[in-house]
Design a protein around this ligand. Structure first.
Ligand code: SF4
Ligand code: SF4
Length: 119
């Protein structure tokens, strides 16, 4: 999914003009993708002269850190609300199950998507 690295965006508007679903807008002189109508055609990546329309894969390190921070927050909250430090480890096990479920959904989705490939 596309996203714009605002720091490098010149505000030239090329991506706005070229997006076939009109789902890129200028906000404060920088391009912003409204994901609601994005069809993942990739045009915005190709036309940006500054190469600042980025792919999801570049968000992976930040997403991992956010998941760790979220998990530690839940662990601490479980201990606090339930009044027992041992609840931290139980919460951690539940969060591991939660992320494992997301992994299985992704793996099974990828398996099915591979069957749609032709040629
Ligand atoms: S991928 Fe296509 S539809 Fe989505 S924002 Fe970029 S140009 Fe628009
Ligand atoms: S084409 Fe690139 S530099 Fe121009 S507005 Fe879009 S994201 Fe910014």
């Amino acid at each position: 999914m596309p996203w714009v690295d605002k720091a490098g965006c010149l505000g030239c508007g090329i991506c706005v003009d070229e997006c076939p679903t009109n789902t890129i807008f200028m906000v404060g002189g920088k391009a912003k993708v409204d994901m609601k109508n994005c069809i993942h055609c990739g045009v915005c990546h190709d036309v940006c002269p500054e190469n600042v329309v980025k792919h999801d894969s570049e968000l992976i390190p930040g997403d991992v850190e956010a998941n760790i921070t979220e998990t530690i927050g839940f662990m601490n909250a479980c201990a606090e609300y339930l009044g027992d430090e041992k609840e931290k480890q139980k919460c951690l096990i539940r969060m591991i199950k939660h992320f494992n479920k997301d992994k299985i959904v992704a793996e099974k989705t990828l398996e099915k998507l591979q069957t749609l490939k032709k040629g």
